[in-house]
Design a protein around this ligand. Structure first.
Ligand code: GRF
Length: 215
């Protein structure tokens, strides 16, 4: 079974979705550890309650990004992960860190990349008046919120939406597509070539786009 390490910074609801899928028997991975850059991340408690090893590496204790990333990598590597899963991990990672985990570092971003990289994606989507918004799971490359796309889910933007309602609609999809992406990885079904991801095996056709759900 593949070993995964999950990195969080806050509430960890995407982490919860991964733990729930594992517990339901639909995500065949060993969650070896959950690591946060914030000692007070609420998700650390949830993970510990689920019996998962937790750690934190407080970024405030390091003089620069490189030194923090080196300490973080040292903490991660004791668990020998096949995949490092960024689940609301709110730190920009150095090129060296990203290279060290090339092909085994995944992120979820709350927009349909390449639209709206960076912060405040829901506010920006509303300001631009887009009618469709969503979320993306991708392999991480040194460019911020960029890299081969594994799966995306789209949601409608409704007339009465504010940032909170739109974020909640997107988050429901995040909780659906992240376990799916990690499942494909665990099954060895993701092939990356020329910056694009192919999902091999049965039902792979069209699998990388999840359409909006009827609600
Ligand atoms: C999610 O919207 C994720 O896409 C973004 O930060 C949020 C984290 O939420 N990067 P949670 O900690 O998983 O609940």
């Amino acid at each position: 079974m593949k070993n995964i390490v999950i990195l969080i910074s806050g509430r960890g609801s995407n982490m919860d979705a991964l733990i729930a899928a594992r517990d339901a028997g639909t995500l065949p991975v060993n969650i070896a550890a959950v690591i946060s850059n914030r000692p007070d991340a609420a998700g650390l408690e949830t993970a510990a309650r689920a019996g998962i090893v937790t750690h934190y590496v407080d970024h405030r204790g390091f003089a620069d990004r490189e030194r923090f990333d080196a300490a973080l990598a040292e903490c991660i590597d004791q668990f020998d992960p096949d995949l490092v899963v960024l689940a609301g991990f709110m730190r920009i990672l150095s090129d060296g860190f990203v290279r060290h985990y090339a092909g085994r570092l995944m992120n979820i971003h709350p927009s349909l990349l390449p639209a709206f990289p960076g912060l405040h994606t829901h506010r920006r989507a509303l300001a631009e008046g887009v009618r469709i918004h969503g979320c993306t799971v991708h392999f991480v490359t040194p460019a911020l919120d960029h890299g081969p796309i594994v799966i995306q889910a789209a949601v409608p933007v409704l007339d009465g939406d504010d940032e909170a309602s739109l974020a909640a609609r997107v988050l429901r999809e995040e909780h659906r597509i992240y376990p799916q992406a990690v499942r494909w990885f665990a099954q060895g079904r993701l092939v990356v070539a020329d910056g694009r991801v192919r999902v091999t095996g049965e039902q792979a056709e069209g699998a990388a786009l999840v359409a909006p759900q009827e609600r």
